[in-house]
Write a new protein. Structure first.
Length: 357
C-alpha cells in the first residue's frame, strides 16, 4: 500500500528543484519566485514518514531494510555519475568524482547543511539520506516497535551534544555546524549527524506514527475545506517568499505545513488516482538526480551571447529532456534494481534465524 497523495507531493518537490536550477535561463525576475530549496525540505520529511510507514506494513530484518534502500539509491546514482563524468565533467580528476560515489561533500568548511554540495549538485542530500537509513537500521535492531523514537532520540542527542561540545552552545539553525576541521571521515559524519536538518526526518517519522496509531482527527467536510485552504495558502506563500534557507531556520515550516495538510486530507480518505501526478512521483528520484547534469550539458552547448528566446528554448528543452531521461532510467534501471534488491534481501533473510525483535 502507498499513500497516493505522497506520490503527488514527491513529484511536486522534484519539479520545484528542477525548475529552480533551470529558471536562471528565464531571467533574474523568475529566480526569486521558485522555492527550489523547499523541495529538499519536503523530500526529507517524506523520507522520514515513508520509512516508518513501510516498516510498519511489513516487518522486516534490519539487513533486509538497508539492502533494499541501497539497491534503491545506488544503481541509478552510479549511472548518472558515470554519464556525468564522461559527458559533462570530463575535466575533473577521477578522485574528485569518485568521492561522490560514497556520498562525500565538497568542502566541510563551507556553510551547512550542503557543505559546498556534491560534484553533481543536488545529490548532496543523499549524504543525509544514507545517514538516516543507517541510523534507522540500527534503531530497528535495538527495538523494532520503537524504531522511530530511537532514531529521533539519536538525532536530537547528536545535534545537541556535538554542538554543545564543539561550540559551547546549541543553535536550531540548520546553517549551524560544530566548529571542527574535517580531516578524518568520521569527522564529516559528526558534521552531518549534528545538523538540525535531520529534524525533518524526525517530523516525518512522528507524523507517520500518529497516522499509524489512528490518532489524527478525522476531518469534517468543513475541516477538509479548511485544510485545502491551508495547503493552497502554504503553496502560494512559498511562491511569494521564494528561496529560503534549508531546514529549521528556513523552509522546514512551510514544508511541514504542506506535508501535514496532505496527510490530513488523505487520512482515511485517499484522493482519486491521477496518472500524470503518480508518474511524476514515480520518476521523482531519477528526475532529481539527472536534471542538473543535463542542464549543465545543455548550457555548455548554448552560445554565450544567446538571446532570451534561445535561453527560453533551452529551458523548455532541459525540463523536457530531464523528464524523458528520468522516465527511461526509472523503467530500465530503477525498477529492475529495486526488484534485484528485494531478491537479495529475501535471500539474506532466508539464511538467518526467524526475526523476533
Amino acid at each position: 500500500m502507498r499513500i497516493v497523495s505522497l506520490q503527488y507531493l514527491r513529484g511536486f518537490a522534484a519539479l520545484l528543484v528542477v525548475l529552480s536550477h533551470n529558471v536562471f535561463l528565464l531571467g533574474e525576475g523568475w529566480i526569486k519566485h521558485i522555492p527550489g530549496l523547499l523541495g529538499v525540505d519536503i523530500f526529507f520529511i517524506i523520507s522520514g514518514f515513508i520509512m516508518t510507514f513501510i516498516t510498519y506494513q511489513t516487518t522486516e530484518r534490519p539487513i533486509s531494510f538497508i539492502v533494499k534502500r541501497l539497491f534503491r539509491i545506488w544503481p541509478v546514482f552510479f549511472i548518472v555519475w558515470l554519464l556525468s563524468y564522461l559527458f559533462v565533467y570530463p575535466e575533473k580528476a577521477l578522485h574528485q568524482m569518485a568521492c561522490t560515489l560514497y556520498f562525500c561533500l565538497l568542502d566541510y568548511s563551507l556553510p551547512a547543511p550542503s557543505f559546498g554540495f556534491s560534484v553533481l549538485g543536488p545529490p548532496w542530500t543523499l549524504s543525509y539520506e544514507i545517514m538516516f537509513y543507517l541510523i534507522f537500521t540500527i534503531s530497528m535492531s535495538i527495538s523494532y516497535r520503537y524504531r522511530s523514537y530511537i532514531c529521533a532520540l539519536v538525532f536530537v542527542m547528536s545535534s545537541v551534544g556535538f554542538q554543545l561540545y564543539y561550540n559551547d552552545q546549541f543553535d536550531f539553525s540548520s546553517q549551524s555546524t560544530p566548529a571542527i576541521v574535517v580531516i578524518h571521515w568520521w569527522q564529516a559524519w559528526i558534521k552531518l549527524i549534528s545538523n538540525t536538518i535531520a529534524f525533518e526526518f524526525i517530523f516525518g517519522m512522528m507524523l507517520a506514527e500518529l497516522t499509524l496509531a489512528n490518532t489524527l482527527p478525522l476531518l469534517t467536510p468543513f475541516g477538509r475545506k479548511f485544510m485545502r485552504l491551508v495547503l493552497l495558502l502554504a503553496t502560494i506563500s512559498a511562491g511569494f517568499i521564494g528561496p529560503q534557507a534549508y531546514g529549521i531556520s528556513g523552509g522546514f515550516w512551510l514544508a511541514a505545513t504542506i506535508m501535514t495538510a496532505v496527510i490530513m486530507l488523505s487520512y482515511r480518505s485517499e484522493a482519486g488516482s491521477n496518472r500524470t501526478l503518480i508518474f511524476l512521483g514515480d520518476i521523482s528520484y531519477s528526475l532529481y538526480l539527472v536534471h542538473f547534469s543535463l542542464m549543465v550539458f545543455l548550457t555548455q552547448l548554448m552560445s554565450k551571447n544567446a538571446s532570451p528566446t534561445e535561453k527560453s528554448g533551452v529551458f523548455i528543452l532541459s525540463i523536457t529532456a530531464s523528464i524523458v531521461m528520468a522516465s527511461v532510467m526509472f523503467k530500465w534501471i530503477e525498477k529492475p534494481s529495486i526488484k534485484v534488491g528485494k531478491k537479495v534481501a529475501s535471500a539474506l533473510s532466508a539464511r538467518l534465524k526467524p526475526y523476533t525483535n
